[in-house]
Design a binder for this molecule. Structure first.
Ligand SMILES: Cc1cc2nc3c(=O)[nH]c(=O)nc-3n(C[C@H](O)[C@H](O)[C@H](O)COP(=O)(O)OP(=O)(O)OC[C@H]3O[C@@H](n4cnc5c(N)ncnc54)[C@H](O)[C@@H]3O)c2cc1C
Length: 386
């Protein structure tokens, strides 16, 4: 249906109004709009397709998988292929090998095609609002009207950088880990990585051969076994990923509720890199960066570091501020239980940190969280049809 802008302009008026000059809006009605075609959006799509629901998946980027393609050049997944598959399609690699970021991107693209998921690439959602019992999803010149929306744009959309970064001396090259590609982007000399969780530790290893690396921040803990060994891969890793991260540390267990605040503020423990790997590579550990003095990064004991580069490995925000509805708590987090947003029936999220468990932001956790959301949508649709 075409909504002709300015249709209500008084008949006979000669001068086109601002509304009339704007290109026509296209309006489409669907049961569900899924926003984001990453592992979570595609998994929700897989489940919805099996329920025969009419839905679209809107993806801002040009190709499915581009978010992985945009990550740093040497990135290999820290989870072996066995834990990198989405529901219904094995990952096409040896079970205990570590796929590259481009392998993962291509896998997602093939997945969307294999299950004929209705992905529309190049559709960036600008706004989600509500009109009565329908959600209005605006993406450029298209408005989708739907009874259900799933924001599956995860936890990794907006880089977090502390305000004091702006006071660093301009001669220091600084950027967020989300735009790090390779050592060639840096000034010669030393580099300070702020944030010692998985991205900080992995980038430290990538840079250690070419730069003096300082790694700042609290150690988030690590899996205490050699990661690549036969025993670790076949016994320890499945227990950590599928039992501890997936079944024990959830919002429904006392242990999980205790771990949740810690994981939300400090991230996951180191999964692949070990403290001894960092030591062997010559990476120097320092405490938290507390601010900037005289244009230099200052640690919380007052020490100034004379570095040529700073990479902020300080994580991401969910970046869901285009949802113009009162769904956020005082700390900016979406109020939800297992993806169902409080006070907004029909609105869901997928892929948030600890949405249900530690595995909620991992590839192997997507199937269960997405399945739960799709089931809730199915239940609502059946109830409405009665
Ligand atoms: C560097 C790095 C390495 C990681 N390695 C691993 C690993 O080895 N193993 C593992 O299990 N997990 C890993 N993760 C965690 C997680 O699996 C990934 O971050 C994964 O990409 C999250 O998937 P997602 O579907 O939730 O979101 P994303 O992959 O971020 O997908 C969301 C999609 O939504 C789109 N989008 C965003 N906003 C809009 C909008 N307004 N309108 C339309 N589309 C929009 C984006 O373009 C994107 O394609 C890693 C994370 C990072 C940052």
């Amino acid at each position: 249906m075409q909504l002709e802008a300015g249709a209500l302009q008084a008949a006979g008026s000669q001068v086109p109004s601002d509304e009339e000059r704007r290109p026509a809006l296209r309006e489409e009605h669907v049961d569900v709009v899924v926003i984001g075609a990453g592992q979570n959006g595609l998994s929700v799509g897989y489940h919805l397709a099996r329920k025969g629901v009419k839905f679209v998946i809107l993806e801002a980027r040009e190709r499915v998988g581009d978010i992985w393609r945009s990550r740093w050049d040497s990135l290999r997944l820290f989870t072996p292929a066995r834990f990198d598959a989405l529901i219904g399609m094995p990952f096409p690699a040896e079970r205990y090998s570590f796929p590259t970021k481009d392998d993962m991107a291509d896998y997602l693209e093939v997945y969307a095609k294999k299950f004929s998921l209705p992905v529309r690439t190049g559709f960036k959602v600008d706004e989600v609002t509500r009109s009565g019992d329908r959600y209005i999803v605006s993406a450029g010149q298209t408005r989708y009207v739907a009874g259900h929306v799933v924001a599956a744009a995860s936890s990794y959309q907006k880089p977090k950088i502390p305000d004091f970064a702006a006071s660093l001396d301009p001669s220091i090259r600084q950027f967020h880990s989300g735009v790090y590609k390779n050592p060639g982007q840096l000034n010669p000399g030393s580099v300070l990585l702020v944030g010692a969780s998985n991205s900080g530790a992995e980038i430290a290893m990538d840079l250690a051969a070419t730069h003096q690396v300082w790694l700042a921040g609290r150690h988030p803990g690590h899996i205490p076994v050699a990661y690549n060994g036969y025993f670790a891969m076949r016994l320890v890793l499945p227990v950590v990923l599928r039992i501890v991260f997936h079944r024990l540390l959830t919002v429904d267990t006392p242990m999980g509720r205790k771990a949740k605040p810690q994981q939300l503020s400090h991230g996951l423990p180191l999964i692949r890199v070990k403290p001894q790997d960092l030591d062997a590579a010559g990476v120097r550990r320092v405490s938290r960066v507390a601010g900037v003095r005289d244009g230099k990064p200052m640690l919380d004991d007052g020490q100034l570091l004379d570095v040529s580069n700073v990479i902020w490995c300080t994580g991401f925000r969910a970046g869901l501020d285009w949802i113009k509805l009162p769904i956020f708590d005082d700390s900016g987090r979406v109020k939800q239980y297992r993806g169902a947003v409080e006070g907004e029936p029909g609105l869901y999220v997928c892929g948030l940190h600890f949405q249900h468990s530690t595995s909620s932001t991992m590839i192997h956790g997507a199937a269960r969280d997405a399945g739960y959301v799709a089931d809730k949508i199915g239940e609502r649709m059946r109830a409405a049809a009665r």
